[in-house]
Ligand binder design. Structure first.
Ligand SMILES: [Zn+2]
Length: 75
């Protein structure tokens, strides 16, 4: 799923994560929405012509994204 990680500076929050979208199979940038009431993040994959969203309701897809994001951002 992961394509590449671009580190622009030392701040992990400014890191750009490029992945293959688990929803539509195209390349995109991983973005994060704020946490929900359960402390879970929602993710979005930003494409040139739209966005796909991955929420905890997506089960394994979301868990995989969450692990990936946490391992890169160390949050
Ligand atoms: Zn997509």
């Amino acid at each position: 799923m992961l394509i590449s990680v671009e580190r622009r500076n030392l701040c992990p929050l400014k890191t750009t994560i490029f992945i293959i979208c688990p929803k539509c199979g195209r390349k995109g940038k991983l973005g994060v929405k704020k946490k929900n009431a359960f402390g879970q993040r929602k993710y979005m994959i930003i494409h040139e012509d739209g966005k796909c969203y991955v929420s905890p309701l997506d089960g394994e897809l979301w868990e995989a994204l969450d692990r990936l994001y946490s391992s890169i951002r160390k949050t």
